[in-house]
Design a protein around this ligand. Structure first.
Ligand SMILES: [Cu+2]
Length: 469
């Protein structure tokens, strides 16, 4: 069934004139944008129509969807120049051609002026075409400064983040021969005497082996590096963002532009729509994660639980890290993922960088910022808000312990990063953030990727982008 929820459409309407016109502009009846909000029942339509954002020409839309057609009424908002306007719309979804190139979702239909206004009579009709706009990516709304973007999108950074996650996630399914090759390059997860994979061979997370400390430390280090390059640090989300309106009105302080560019993603944190990949199970998971209900029934609870000092004071730092990583962290990554695209042509690739061993240079383009792949996630502006939220839980955890047994955790600094001394609640002396000797040679790292992902017969698990899926 067609669905209008969470979408923005550019609508043009035309007089139904049949005579030849030298100037096609004489055909234009009106031009505007529909913003349809999410709704619990997909057949109920709620939204707004913006005709001229600067002049506040705005209508409220209400109606329903039935099969392949929609009907809704637009009423001018009180207190705007459109107050008193009433228009009714009926539209039909245009079927897709098989083999059509760059097709868009399109509604075609008819509108009628239901109430007279400004000397124009009721009953006048026009035809319209509404074309659905692609989701407005966060990089368009909250871009990272160029120098930060280029640093993060560099091959070196991508390989480092990708390998760091992949090694600890795949360690238990690698052959002993491959592990040996990794150790020779200094790339085992942790010290040789204390290797700390993140999940076992069945895919279950290790909660108490200290890998959670690595997770928190490595990302804190990344955050510190990025913020040292920013004029103003990027703050983590104080709260995981609730589903909100797609309309610009929700950001009162934001100046309204002529173009209305941020319609559909006003603050950059709108949840991108789900898409269909070739993996049915994954499609179901993504759909669930992106639903409004998932936020209210699950994410909101995590947001509270990981701030609850009574709970935090019972956890070691490693437990905190692992529990965060394997619940809210992975799900935030996927909830805010947008359909992967070819970074050069912009073509939709529902399976993204399908082969993890594919290190084609095109994946180093700054536009490849897919949150579901550790090769690209950190290039996405959401990554820093999401990981900022995670990182802030560390201080909550410290404060929670300090309140009940202040002498049991001591602060320290490791590699210039504010951290904690080993003790009752902190178990790792040297949290793992990269290869043993700190050498990030690109050729070496490319080889590590090949060792990790080539000869899949040596690995019992096959999945496209590691575990975030
Ligand atoms: Cu990461």
């Amino acid at each position: 069934m067609e669905n209008l929820s969470n979408s923005v459409w550019v609508c043009r309407s035309f007089y139904n004139r049949t005579e030849h016109l030298d100037d096609m502009n004489q055909l234009l009846f009106g031009e505007g944008k529909f913003v349809f909000e999410s709704s619990n029942a997909p057949e109920i339509i709620r939204g707004t129509m913006t005709l001229s954002p600067k002049n506040h020409y705005r209508l409220t839309l209400k109606g329903y969807l039935q099969g392949s057609h929609v009907r809704f009424q637009g009423k001018g908002m009180k207190g705007t120049p459109t107050s008193g306007w009433v228009y009714d719309f009926i539209g039909y979804f245009v079927p897709e051609w098989s083999g059509g190139i760059e097709q868009k979702s399109v509604l075609v239909g008819s509108l009628i002026r239901t109430a007279p206004h400004d000397g124009k009579s009721a009953g006048e009709t026009a035809s319209f075409i509404a074309v659905q706009r692609d989701f407005l990516e966060v990089r368009e709304v909250l871009p990272l400064p160029d120098k930060v973007l280029h640093m993060l999108a560099s091959r070196k950074h991508r390989l480092h983040h990708f390998i760091w996650h992949s090694i600890r996630d795949r360690w238990c399914i690698l052959s002993e021969k491959k592990r040996k090759q990794m150790r020779e390059k200094g790339w085992q997860p942790g010290e040789k005497s204390d290797e700390r994979p993140s999940i076992n061979s069945a895919g279950a997370p290790y909660i108490s082996n200290g890998s959670g400390e690595d997770f928190l430390f490595m990302h804190r280090r990344m955050i510190q590096e990025v913020n040292s390059m920013m004029d103003k640090p990027i703050w983590g989300w104080p709260e995981i963002p609730a589903p909100g309106s797609l309309d610009i009105d929700v950001i009162p302080a934001k100046p309204i532009s002529e173009e209305d560019l941020s319609l559909g993603n006003p603050d950059g944190f709108a949840v991108p729509p789900a898409w269909d990949s070739s993996n049915e199970l994954l499609n179901k998971r993504i759909k669930q994660l992106k639903a409004d209900g998932f936020y209210w029934s699950r994410m909101k609870w995590w947001d509270r639980e990981f701030k609850n000092s009574q709970y935090l004071s019972t956890l070691t730092l490693g437990e905190l890290g692992s529990l965060l990583e394997w619940t809210v962290h992975n799900d935030m990554h996927m909830r805010w993922s947008s359909v992967p695209r070819d970074p050069i042509s912009g073509e939709v690739l529902p399976d993204g960088r399908k082969n993890p061993d594919d290190l084609d240079f095109k994946w180093d383009e700054p536009h490849y910022d897919f949150l579901g792949d550790p090769y690209s996630a950190h290039v996405n502006p959401i990554f820093w808000r999401l990981h900022g939220w995670i990182d802030d839980r560390i201080e909550d955890w410290f404060q929670a312990h300090a309140a009940v047994h202040p002498e049991e955790i001591e602060r320290s600094e490791i590699k210039g990063v504010p951290w904690f001394k080993r003790g009752k609640w902190v178990h790792i002396d040297h949290p793992w953030s990269g290869p043993l000797h700190g050498c990030l040679d690109e050729k070496d790292m490319e080889m590590i990727v090949h060792i990790l992902f080539r000869d899949p017969c040596l690995c019992s698990k096959e999945n496209a982008f590691t575990h975030w899926y």
